[in-house]
Each structure stands twice: as structure tokens, then as C-alpha cells.
Design a binder for this molecule. Structure first.
Ligand code: NBX
Length: 807
């Protein structure tokens, strides 16, 4: 592939220089680093786009459209270079020109188009679909501002605007000519002619959805797919012309701003967006615009006559419930605009649509008030009502428990549109994201549906792009692996299992240790620069990096640190393996508890790091502004991967996979995909602790869980930590932690932090004890990498394809 683009290093240099002149009218030497990055990225993006337009005519092949309200892409340059096979040539050329590639890459801005796991999974799937040869395209939103940028001020999270587009986004191309119109509001009018009737919506607000395309190059460069993200603009014919003509420019501009607001910001995943009109508009915008394009492409390839063929050529995957309107919107287009019969349209829609659930938290299941929904999308609401009506009519009333089942599964209930139910009813396939999670969906969250249509349900355990999270993120280890087993693992992650032979190989072990050390130093300098904390690279690096949420229990982790500190102060001779605890992650703006836990971690860090009595054995760092780019520095440096959510709460987790792939040992509960990691690596290479799902359920059901009992039983240790939350011990930085204290004691510790505390601390101690036996630790690390091939998202998308999409 590489020669197609650049014959050799000199050819690359010549083309790069040429691009500098053509794009910015300057010589390479006269550009600053940011512009040098910009030109390089644009040059590579241009090549990728060329590949796409020269791609073979795919008219006879089925296309998969992955609808997701988030795609958390992360930095792209290195990924393109690796996938196009030109990383070495470009690296050599950049070095010779003066600014090394890795310095240019530091100029790249993370496109913050996602919150966390769900959005990053979508991005991994894009990479993998292109890599394994599936025609799989993303369809999502182009937010003008990404998720907020997190700064830390006196320990507190402060949110700043993420102006990620400030200097342009080299990888996208605006496709103005492919814009489509999307209508909000208006009145539904019934037309009748010759005994036939149909509906049309008139009036309302018409918005122009403008697509921006990002080419997605598969590894090897053979397949280039497309990510299409939508931006809202005023439709010219609907611009407030009257105000404009009357000279009321403020009014005319307000109209413009109202429309643009739709794609202005990404909502945080705090479950607080339900009921927010703007969010519903976002959901409809990318669903309607995306489907209009899908159908237009289908018509171009297959004509307008045989809509029953749609499922043969089109698979529509809905990533969680945000695109749940795909079902009714597809019906609206088929019924109102293409004249298809209602029942047939439903058959066609459900044969195309599949759905993935990512959460079992009942409070996170999307619901919209009927009134709001009906006002914003009157025709869609009519269709939903009709579907719901027919669902009730044809419900199997002969079942004993039919009333309960219907109450559980109907779309409309209690004045609300239940989006998960809408998603399931329209989908021919429903999946969870780990074996445990799918089981919980079947037994609990979606149990009613499982009773009615068990054949729809299946599991697809998540995966991650091993090229990005090992190949790009961990250069020394990636090179060691390639030098040892060849580079076939980049294409086929199962080849990582060949490392099994080297687990005990002293020279491989030594090289692994060197790579780990290099990664630790790289991280330590980043941590120093961003948080001011000095990490000692001879310490164990114990890492918990992910969104902040009560169920993920960062609180449990920091309480372990508080406990260690207490014990070290009581007994300075206590043997503790020196450990650096690294935290990173954002809390949704309005999630007060999660933000308080961040403040607590920073307060503990402040006290511990400057206390000479303990800081040779414990250090704490909070790395601000967790993003894909910083994650890629953190994962490769971790010795311990903290995956400590209460069992049954984390649908899958994916940082657990990224960390194990880089050779970190998991310290975790039997939750999400940890269960599958444990099965693969075996009990010598993972540390499991805490209550199991059934035990959590039983404890909650028994009504015998009382946080005060634990407190009263153990004043000395656990009680002391709880007291320290509000006795001033950690108050110097920004005050005490009454609300965290109250969450544990007054709300009876909903997340069972106290219930798992002892088994957690014990497991941690046993685990770090074994760190002393370097050889066996490193063996376990290599073993983790060797077993991680299963968690490549290449495997995951292949499963989706063979069992759901059939592309
Ligand atoms: O999806 C996450 C789960 O919590 C993880 O366990 C799982 O590994 C990952 C991928 O399957 N869910 C998630 O990230 N949810 C969101 O980001 C989210 C975004 C918007 C929203 C609700 C949730 N309204």
C-alpha cells in the first residue's frame, strides 16, 4: 500500500513540501508546528479520500449503517498512518524535515464527539468494520463543541468549553450538496384521493442538515468506509426573511442561532437530558437526515420499485436508544413518501433494524413526555401510537401474566414514550455487550420482551481496536511484539496468543520490563506537566481511568488510599509496596456526587503527596481532562487495572480490555466483561474480589444491609475513614466532604462501597505483594496480552456481521 502514496521518504518529503505551499502559501521552514501538523493531516486525509472515491462500485453489496449519537474518535493521524502502512516513511521524512512525527502528533486536537464507553465503542467499530472488509458506515452528530474540557481548580472539576474545531478538522469534508431537510413541529394533514389516503406535515420549522464526511481507512487500506456527521443550519427558504427585510437583524439572527443550537453541544451522559427538547431534536436530526441519505443511496443503486429488497442491501444498527426513532422515521418515509402499506413498511423496517443496549440502570433508560414528543414530531408520534395500538391488539392475551407483560413492554405508558421498548419492538435483534450483561437484560431489564421473543436476544461482548490501543498507544511493546511474532497480529489479533510461548522467556521478559518502564516515564512526565504531581517510576502504577459514576466506585479506591495512609501513620514500619494511584475521568456537569468524589481524590492527593511520612510509599495523581489521547498514554504504563464497579452494574467496560491488552493485571469484581477476562487469563493472572451479582441481589433483597452497622462495628478503621470525610483531615484544599459522608451513611451506601471494602483492600494487598516476584508478575502481564486477542473489536464486528447484519 505504502508505495501507492509515497514512492519513498524523499517522495513523501517532496509532496509534503508541495502541500505546504499549496495549502498555506508558505515554505515548510516558515510554518509553525501547528500548521505543519495541519498540512500533514490534510495531505493524508486527501489521500484517504482519493482511495474512497476510487473504491469499487458497491451497488450489489449490503451496507451497514451504524447510527450512534456519539463517535469518540480520538486522534486520527497515527491511526491513518498505521492503517495505510506509511507510518515508517512518514516518520523518517518528518524527522529529516525537522519536526519529529510524535511532536506533530501532539498538536492534534481530540475530536470530543462522545462521552465515554458508548462513543468510543462506536469509533472502534468503524476501525474494525473497515479492517475486516465490512461496508460499514457511521452516522452521527457533528457537535460544534465537544464534551467540556476539564480543569482542576483547588481539587474541583471546572468545565471549560471544548472548542475543538478552532483550528479546523483536517479529516472532514463538508458535503453541502448532500444536505437534506428535516422538519420539526407543524400540522399533520390527511389527504384523500380515490379511496386512498395519506398524511403530510405542513408548516413547522425546517432545518437544513449538512453532512460532513470523514473517511475511515481499514488496516491495509483496502477498504475505506465513511463516517457521516450532521450539522444543523437554517434552511435558506426558511430563514426569517420577514424579520430580515424589516431590518430586525437581531430577530433574524436569533432564528439562525435557534437552529444552529441543535448541533452546538454534546450532552453529558448524566441521564439528566430526558425531557430536554434540544436533545430530542438532536436525536431526530441525525436519524432523519441519516435515513434520507440511506434511502437515496438505495434508490440510486436499486431503483424505487422494490422496497421489499431494502433489508437485503441495508442493515441499520442503533447504538443504544438515542437512534430509536429510526423505526418510526423509516416507516414515515416509506408510508408517506413512498406509498408503502403500513404493515409492509413495518416488516421492512424491522428486518433492517437491530439494537444494542448499553445500560441496565433503570434511571438511564430514555423516556420522553408524550406531549413534548407529539408537539415536536407530530407525524412520528402518530405512527408510534399506531404501532403501540397494534402491539396491544395483537398481544397474546392468553398468557397468565399478560397484563404485567404488556405493562412492561408497551411503548406508551404513564404519559411517556419509552425508547428502549420502541427500540426492541422495531428490532429483529437485541443484544447486550457482555455475557453477564446480556443475561441481566434477559432476566431483568428486558425480561418481558425476552419471554415474548427470546429469539431476538443475543450477546455481543464488546471489543476494542487493538491497533489503536496497542499498536498506536504502546510503541515499544508493539515493536517488541512485532519483532518476536511478526506483524500479523495487527491484522489478526488472535495471533497475540503466540506470545504465550514467551511468557517465561527471560529476554522477552526483560524487553517487556523496559517497554513498561519507558511508558511509565512517558506518563510521569505527562502527569507532572498536567497535574504537577511527581510520580516515582519505580512504584507500582495502579490505574483507574473512566467516567466518574457512583456505580464505578472511584470512592472505594480512594478510601483504600485513605486507609493505607492511616495505617502507615499508625505504624511507620508497615510493609507496603510503594504505589502510585492514578485517577482520571470526567463527571457530568450536574452530577454533584461524582464531582465531589473527584474533589476528594484531589484533596487526598494533596495531603498524601506532601507528607514525608507516607509519600515514599503512596502517591496519588489525578490527571485532568481524560480523553482518548491521554488514555493512550495511561494504559501502557499501568501495572494494575482497577475495575471495581459493583457486580451487575457495569454493562461491559472497555478500559478493562485496553489495560489487559497492554499487560496490566486486573483487580476487579465479577462484573461486565471482567468475568470473561477472568475466564480467559485464569485465576493466576487476575485478582477478583467482592460480592457476586447474586450476592448483591440477595443482600439488597434481604433488607439487612445497614451502613451504620459496618460503621459501628469498626470505629478503628473503616469508621475512622468515614469520619475523616468531614472532620477536617482533608479539608485544607477546599473544605470537607459532608455529601460523600452522607451518601454512605444517610443514603445507606447504595453502591455497597462499605460492603466490599474489606475484601477489596485484602485483594489489593495480596496483589501488590506478588509484584515483588518480578518474573511471575511479568509472566502474568505477558499472559494477559497473549490472551487479549479475543477482545479485539475485529472479533466483535465479525460476530455482529455473521449473526445480525449479514453484510
Ligand atoms: O457503554 C457504556 C457502559 O457503561 C459500559 O459498560 C460499556 O462498556 C460501554 C460500551 O458498551 N455506556 C455508556 O458509555 N453510556 C453513555 O456514554 C451514555 C451516553 C449518553 C446517554 C446515556 C449513556 N444518554
Amino acid at each position: 500500500m505504502s508505495e501507492t502514496f509515497f514512492k519513498d521518504k524523499d517522495d513523501f518529503i517532496a509532496q509534503y513540501r508541495d502541500s505546504c505551499r499549496k495549502m498555506l502559501g508558505k515554505r515548510y521552514e516558515d510554518l509553525n508546528e501547528r500548521d505543519r501538523y495541519f498540512v500533514l493531516a490534510s495531505l493524508i486525509a486527501h489521500k484517504a479520500r482519493d482511495l474512497r472515491s476510487s473504491a469499487a462500485d458497491l451497488k450489489d453489496e449490503k451496507q451497514v449503517y451504524y447510527f450512534s449519537i456519539e463517535f469518540l474518535l480520538g486522534p486520527l493521524l497515527d491511526n491513518y498512518l498505521l492503517n495505510l502502512g506509511i507510518r515508517d516513511v512518514v516518520k523518517a521524512g518528518c524527522r529529516e524535515l525537522g519536526t519529529p512525527l510524535d511532536e506533530l502528533e501532539q498538536r492534534e486536537v481530540d475530536p470530543g464527539l462522545g462521552n465515554g464507553g458508548l462513543g468510543r465503542l462506536a469509533a472502534c467499530f468503524l476501525d474494525s468494520m473497515a479492517a475486516v472488509g465490512i461496508n460499514g458506515h457511521g452516522n452521527g452528530m457533528r457537535y460544534r463543541y465537544g464534551l467540556f474540557r476539564q480543569e482542576i481548580d483547588h481539587g474541583r472539576q471546572v468545565e471549560k468549553m471544548d472548542n475543538w474545531l478552532e483550528n479546523g478538522f483536517s479529516w472532514e469534508a463538508r458535503k453541502g450538496e448532500s444536505s437534506v431537510l428535516v422538519r420539526f413541529g407543524g400540522n399533520v394533514v390527511r389527504h384523500e384521493d380515490d379511496g386512498r389516503y395519506w398524511f403530510e406535515t405542513e408548516g413547522g420549522q425546517i432545518v437544513k442538515a449538512v453532512p460532513y464526511d470523514v473517511p475511515i481507512v481499514g488496516y491495509g487500506g483496502d477498504k475505506v468506509n465513511n463516517l457521516r456527521i450532521w450539522s444543523a443550519e437554517p434552511a435558506s427558504e426558511d430563514f426569517d426573511l420577514q424579520a430580515f427585510n424589516n431590518g430586525d437583524y437581531a430577530q433574524a439572527m436569533r432564528f439562525r442561532a435557534d437552529v444552529e443550537a441543535i448541533s452546538q453541544i454534546l450532552y453529558p451522559n448524566d441521564a439528566g437530558e430526558h425531557g430536554r427538547l434540544l436533545r430530542l431534536k438532536q436525536e431526530y436530526l441525525f436519524v432523519s437526515a441519516g435515513l434520507q441519505t440511506v434511502l437515496r443511496d438505495f434508490e440510486r443503486a436499486h431503483g424505487k420499485d422494490d422496497w421489499s429488497e431494502l433489508p437485503t442491501y441495508v442493515a441499520i444498527h442503533t447504538n443504544d436508544t438515542h437512534p430509536a426513532m429510526c423505526g418510526p422515521e423509516l416507516m414515515r418515509i416509506l408510508v408517506d413518501e413512498r406509498g408503502i402499506d403500513f404493515d409492509e413498511a413495518f416488516q421492512i423496517a424491522s428486518a433492517c433494524i437491530s439494537y444494542t443496549n448499553h445500560t441496565i440502570m433503570p434511571e438511564a433508560l430514555e423516556k420522553w413526555p408524550i406531549d413534548m414528543f407529539r408537539n415536536l414530531l407530530p407525524r412520528l408520534y402518530m405512527l408510534i401510537e399506531e404501532i403501540d395500538h397494534r402491539y396491544r391488539d395483537t398481544f397474546p392475551h392468553d398468557r397468565d401474566n399478560w397484563q404485567d407483560l404488556l405493562a412492561e413492554t408497551a411503548i406508551l405508558w404513564d404519559g411517556q414514550v419509552r425508547m428502549a421498548n420502541l427500540s426492541v419492538i422495531f428490532a429483529h435483534s437485541v443484544n447486550g455487550v457482555s455475557a453477564l450483561h446480556t443475561g441481566i437484560l434477559e432476566d431483568t431489564t428486558l425480561h418481558g420482551f425476552y419471554e415474548l421473543t427470546p429469539e431476538k436476544f443475543n450477546n455481543k461482548t464488546n471489543g476494542i481496536s487493538h491497533r489503536r490501543f496497542l499498536g498506536n498507544s504502546n510503541p515499544p511493546y508493539g515493536k517488541l511484539i512485532t519483532d518476536t511474532i511478526g506483524d500479523g497480529w495487527l491484522k489478526d489479533a488472535t495471533q497475540l496468543s503466540r506470545l504465550g510461548q514467551y511468557e517465561d522467556d527471560p529476554s522477552f521478559q526483560e524487553e517487556f520490563a523496559k517497554a513498561r518502564q519507558w511508558n511509565k516515564e512517558r506518563l510521569a512526565s505527562y502527569v507532572k506537566r498536567t497535574s504537577g504531581v511527581e510520580l516515582d517510576c519505580s512504584m507500582v502504577f495502579d490505574v483507574q481511568v473512566k467516567r466518574f459514576h457512583a456505580y464505578k466506585r472511584q470512592l472505594l479506591n480512594i478510601m483504600k488510599v485513605m486507609d493505607l495512609r492511616n495505617r502507615l501513620l499508625d505504624d511507620p514500619s508497615l510493609e507496603v509496596r510503594p504505589t502510585a494511584f492514578v485517577f482520571s475521568g470526567k463527571a457530568a456537569q450536574s452530577y454533584t456526587f461524582a464531582k465531589e468524589v473527584i474533589r476528594l481524590i484531589n484533596a487526598v492527593a494533596d495531603v498524601v503527596n506532601k507528607d514525608g511520612r507516607v509519600n515514599d510509599r503512596i502517591r496519588v495523581a489525578f490527571v485532568p481532562n481524560f480523553a482518548v489521547s491521554s488514555a493512550q498514554l495511561i494504559y501502557p504504563a499501568a501495572d494494575i487495572s482497577e475495575q471495581i464497579s459493583w457486580a451487575g452494574s457495569e454493562a461491559s467496560g472497555t478500559s478493562n480490555m485496553k489495560l489487559m491488552m497492554n499487560g496490566a493485571i486486573t483487580l476487579g469484581t465479577y462484573d461486565g466483561a471482567n468475568v470473561e477476562i477472568a475466564k480467559l487469563v485464569g485465576e493466576d493472572s487476575i485478582k477478583i474480589f467482592g460480592l457476586r451479582t447474586e450476592e448483591v441481589d440477595a443482600l439488597r433483597a434481604s433488607g439487612t444491609w445497614f451502613a451504620w452497622d459496618v460503621y459501628n462495628k469498626d470505629h478503628e478503621r473503616l469508621g475512622r475513614i468515614i469520619d475523616q470525610l468531614n472532620d477536617g483531615t482533608f479539608a485544607e484544599l477546599s473544605g470537607s466532604f459532608q455529601s460523600v459522608h452522607d451518601e454512605l451513611m444517610m443514603s445507606n451506601d447504595h453502591d455497597l462501597v462499605l460492603a466490599d471494602f474489606y475484601s477489596y483492600v485484602k485483594a489489593w494487598e495480596e496483589l501488590v505483594q506478588t509484584y515483588g516476584d518480578r518474573r511471575s508478575w511479568i509472566r502474568a502481564s505477558i499472559h494477559n496480552t497473549a490472551q487479549s486477542g479475543f477482545f479485539s473489536s475485529d472479533r466483535t464486528v465479525r460476530e455482529y456481521n455473521s449473526e445480525i447484519w449479514h453484510a
